[in-house]
Design a protein around this ligand. Structure first.
Ligand code: C5P
Length: 218
């Protein structure tokens, strides 16, 4: 039977008022490459997609759920999790959201000061939730850092209880290529040479399916 892979991709948007939001830089390109590769490998795919211009073409083996905020993404993931064998969190989820969303556009004159304080509250950690409820699912995350990449990624792998983490430098944002390091739960490390995101996606999907098969036969 075909494996089902649930993939989050793109950024999330956390609205401040009806026209302003905070977000993360994410093109969704890596996520799209993962979807394309998973379909090539005859998997069923469920995509939970944050707002991005990236186009995921129609395919009857691919269900797309469009979301805006991290809270929406969390709900969509929770709803679809039971169908998944493998979860890949490729979305750049906003860690925080404004405590209050203003009903109308905030006017400069309403604030009256040169500085503005924006009170933020933590968003749910989607992948952490998934890993907590994973059973025999394989959970794969991404880490993008501007310093101490490998040590932060290793900590994240452990703290979020992931099976594999894809560690990327900031140069990968919006670029066509990347040179990530794959770090596995058992301590194994696989450093990839600079290559297209399509080839990186192939490695990630292959490794995810390999781990899934190992766990399934245990
Ligand atoms: O903690 P950080 O955002 O750096 O971790 C990155 C990984 O965690 C990515 O795989 C991302 O999709 C996932 N994540 C998540 N929910 C959050 C924050 C990050 O699923 N609220």
């Amino acid at each position: 039977m075909a494996n089902t892979i649930l993939i989050t991709l793109g950024p999330t948007r956390e609205y401040i008022d009806p026209v302003r939001f905070i977000s993360n830089a994410s093109s969704g390109r890596m996520g799209k490459a993962l979807v394309v590769e998973a379909l090539k490998q005859k998997c069923n795919v469920i995509v939970v997609k944050g707002p991005s211009d990236i186009d995921i073409s129609n395919n009857k083996k691919c269900k797309i759920v469009d979301v805006i905020s991290a809270k929406d993404m969390f709900l969509a993931v929770k709803k679809n999790l039971k169908f998944a064998d493998i979860f890949i969190g490729a979305a750049a989820v906003s860690d925080y959201r404004p405590v209050k969303i203003a009903k109308n556009k905030i006017k400069k004159k309403d604030i009256g000061f040169d500085t503005i304080n924006l009170k933020l509250i933590k968003n749910p950690d989607i992948i952490k939730y998934v890993a907590l409820h994973k059973g025999k699912k394989i959970v794969v995350g991404f880490a993008l850092e501007t310093k101490n990449l490998l040590s932060y990624a290793k900590t994240k792998l452990k703290e979020k209880n992931l099976d594999m983490i894809v560690a990327n430098g900031a140069k990968t944002i919006s670029s066509k290529d990347s040179a990530p390091t794959l770090i596995f739960k058992d301590g194994k490390i696989k450093k990839l040479k600079l290559t297209s995101k399509e080839k990186v996606a192939k490695e990630i999907i292959n490794e995810s399916i390999r781990i899934f098969k190992t766990v399934k036969t245990c």
